[in-house]
Design a protein around this ligand. Structure first.
Ligand SMILES: CC(C)(COP(=O)(O)OP(=O)(O)OC[C@H]1O[C@@H](n2cnc3c(N)ncnc32)[C@H](O)[C@@H]1OP(=O)(O)O)[C@@H](O)C(=O)NCCC(=O)NCCS
Length: 173
């Protein structure tokens, strides 16, 4: 694992990142999602992270801004999606390393919380909690059990509310 490095993406990485997602997911919906997000104001270059092994990109994670609709509207909340590791390198802890690095970086940059719509067992062992515990819902058509959150700044989620994902996310959920 020591040979795995995690860093922010650069312009030269874009094709390799697409290959990671094409190899890990069925179809190219995630590649389309990343492409659209990159061109939006929700995109934060520092929070698009790649994992490298032997100078080859083997994993990618993206955190982008989403809106928390509640009495504290305006908090800086991030959504984790998508994330992928090439199948030949999976089960080596690369996904874990990407999530941990992304949370650390988001905290350093002053963001309040990260939400994720995905396998709860995977994310909740990495510090995420069920979003329903915080009365937090999301605009995606998913089961509430699949929605998790990690608060980075105490109190930033207020009394809960609705997380509004950009409409492009409905292509993958
Ligand atoms: C999910 C994914 C990113 C994990 O990457 P990884 O580098 O293999 O993850 P790690 O090695 O850090 O962790 C592996 C552990 O996570 C857990 N895990 C992996 N996939 C899981 C899943 N779908 N549901 C629940 N737990 C899962 C298992 O406990 C696994 O442990 P094991 O190796 O002992 O079997 C990778 O499998 C992937 O790209 N999958 C396809 C794309 C995808 O589903 N992305 C997530 C979208 S929410």
């Amino acid at each position: 694992m020591d040979q795995i490095t995690v860093r922010s993406e650069c312009a030269d990485d874009i094709k390799a990142i697409d290959v990671v997602h094409l190899s890990a997911f069925e179809g190219d919906d995630e590649v389309g999602l990343i492409d659209t997000l990159r061109q939006s104001s929700n995109y934060i270059p520092d929070l698009s992270l790649v994992a490298e092994f032997n100078r080859r990109i083997v994993g990618h994670i993206l955190l982008t801004r989403v809106r928390l609709q509640n009495e504290r509207d305006g908090e800086d909340i991030l959504a984790l999606a998508p994330m992928a590791v090439v199948p030949s390198q999976s089960h080596r802890g690369i996904g874990t390393k990407l999530v941990e690095h992304a949370i650390r970086k988001a905290t350093e940059l002053g963001y309040g919380a990260v939400v994720v719509a995905g396998h709860p067992d995977y994310y909740q062992r990495l510090g995420f909690k069920p979003a329903s515990d915080r009365d937090l819902h999301c605009s995606l058509p998913i089961s509430p059990d699949l929605f998790s959150v990690v608060e980075l700044k105490e109190g930033c989620l207020g009394k809960g509310g609705n997380i509004i994902y950009p409409s492009v996310f409905t292509k993958v959920y």
